[in-house]
Write a protein of this length. Sequence first.
Length: 368
Amino acid sequence: MAAGGIGVLLKGLCEQLALRSHDVHVVGCYAISEAITDCLNGVQVHRLPGRFGWAGLILDRVSLYRKISKIAKEEAIDIIEAPDFEAPSALLPRQSRVRLVRLHGSHVYFSHERNVSPSRSISMLEKVALRQSDAWISVSNYTAQETKSLFGLVKSIHIVNNAAHVPKEAPRKSDYAQRRKIVFFGTLAEKKGVFSLVKAWRIFLTSHPGWRLNVIGRDGVYEKRSVREQMDEILGDASDTVNFMGSIPNEDLLLRLAEFDFAILPSFSETFAIAPMEAMALGVPVIGSVLSSGPELINHGLDGWLADPRDHEQMADLLSEVADDPVNRERVGRAGRAKVEKYLSHGAFVDKNIKVYRKLLADEAGLA
């Protein structure tokens, strides 16, 4: 089962469904030589050997078809759910009461966001998978509307936002408000707004020379060059005010986040970002992005702030505003935590998904 943010969420969803006496199977293709089936926390996990390249696009889907067909012969399947990215469900016939696709960014979607041409073969598979589905769940309204436009979908789309773990107590202490430490965490990538951030940082330092920016995450590549090296070039003589901490395991990262005065995550595009929610869940004030799904997560000035990564001067002004008001900063941090705890926790995510599943099955049975 996947280990990324979405993977962790769906792993938890499957385990919770199993705890509630549902039979849950997870079927996927992996870089292994022989098929493996395990029962993990009540979930039947079927790992199939995966292939690479064009042949893999077809052969992996044939393997999924055969495995799911075998499961369907042994027990009735209510719902088959698959992600939109690269359309693993494209070749599946109707073997369940409901065919469902979860939208958290298809190949066509991300190609459109980057303004590059998508693969024709993958585009075709994604179009088939989405159009033959009975229903869709999207991680945000933004992603739903973009996907509807790109693929010509007509029916309404159910919205279930991503979620974050909320600790029972926020590990934040009052003295953190005076540490003059800001954090960015995530992959160092142009789409994450890191070049805009360091440009804004140089302006911010002219009036806030005692502050430090901590950058956590693995280096990326942009135009065939290291992103960190390009960030250093932009920083110039201000590079000694930025601490590049490299990649940190997620468990350690969540412990470290509470040390910082606030986080800034000015991405150009997110389907519905998990990183800001993770910080908010800890009570860490967050500057997010005004673009894409950012305004669906953060109400500017109430439970966070929204920067425009296209305007580094606006971002610098916002950094100053947040840095100069520790009392309001902590109030906003508490409001952000309360929001995630109430609406965007793992428990809320499970409950919302089950509600959608029940509605889809009731609609299929003509009971709605």
